[in-house]
Ligand binder design. Structure first.
Ligand SMILES: Nc1ncnc2c1ncn2[C@@H]1O[C@H](COP(=O)(O)OP(=O)(O)OP(=O)(O)O)[C@@H](O)[C@H]1O
Length: 246
């Protein structure tokens, strides 16, 4: 399998407010690899650094130390322009907070990245995908008129339409009912099976157990890695380091 994503000794510090700029290290040296066709989950307790890691891996945030490579390109060495091209051509993001543009109807939110990347898209293709995702609302609505789950589906559709080679997803099904959760998860699973590299942050151990590899994060460090994880193994590992109540 071709490695498409590689992180070497990634550290991330932030400046703490009101503490004379004192730095707080959130990630303490993360090594990570993911290949084409691999579905990797990142799990761990709240505050363990999952979102921070995903942002560093995806180039949305610059590590303080160490480096991230996507398709052999070191992100910190890319110009803004080259990074923008890489984002448009190769990467897709599903954010925890949806990141929809409030002034644009749902449909426009979905197709905007495609239009920016000069890719063709038809209303039928978008409607078909939304039907598959069991999106029942009107695509001409503004995000504010949609429920949290519907907004999440719009954000997911926007990412899926891009035909990206690497998908970064932060709690992509957090706002969804259980049927929708399964539908979206199955979609991501199928994309990975077709050769896409999917990296997903999740609190859902059941879902993580259906990914190819689960990385457990604890206090900004990788605590354990499971290839072909099982729910039992993941729960045991989380308990082991007192991350979930027994
Ligand atoms: N910009 C920032 N300034 C200060 N602290 C931050 C900043 N970003 C993240 N943190 C802290 O770093 C830690 C890790 O945050 P992060 O959001 O990565 O955790 P997480 O594992 O994704 O949590 P959750 O599961 O709750 O989403 C938290 O303690 C958070 O408060």
């Amino acid at each position: 399998m071709t490695v498409v994503l590689k992180a070497m000794d990634v550290r991330k510090s932030v400046k703490r407010r009101g503490r004379r700029g004192e730095a707080l290290e959130i990630l303490h040296g993360i090594d990570f690899e993911a290949s084409a066709g691999e579905f990797v989950s990142i799990v761990g307790p709240s505050g363990s650094g999952k979102t921070t890691l995903l942002r560093c891996l995806s180039g949305l945030s610059r590590p303080t130390y160490g480096e991230v490579q996507i398709n052999g390109q070191t992100l910190s060495k890319l110009s803004e322009r080259k990074m923008a091209i890489l984002r448009r051509s190769t990467l897709s993001f599903i954010f925890q907070s949806y990141n929809l543009l409030p002034a644009l109807p749902a449909y426009d939110n979905i197709v905007l990245p495609l239009q920016l990347a000069h890719q063709k898209v038809t209303r039928e293709a978008v409607q078909q995908l939304m039907n598959d995702l069991q999106f029942k609302a009107d695509l001409s609505q503004l995000p504010a008129a949609l429920s949290g789950g519907e907004q999440q589906k719009v954000a997911i559709a926007r990412a899926l339409m891009m035909h990206a080679k690497v998908i970064f997803a932060d709690e992509p099904t957090g706002a969804l009912d259980s049927i929708s959760r399964q539908v979206i998860f199955a979609r991501l699973r199928a994309l990975a099976d077709s050769g896409v590299c999917v990296v997903m942050v999740t609190h859902d151990i059941e879902q993580a157990a259906h990914t190819d590899r689960a990385v457990i994060l604890h206090d900004g460090r990788i605590d354990a890695v499971f290839n072909h994880p099982t729910e039992q193994a993941l729960f045991a590992a989380m308990r082991e380091s007192e991350k979930v109540a027994p």
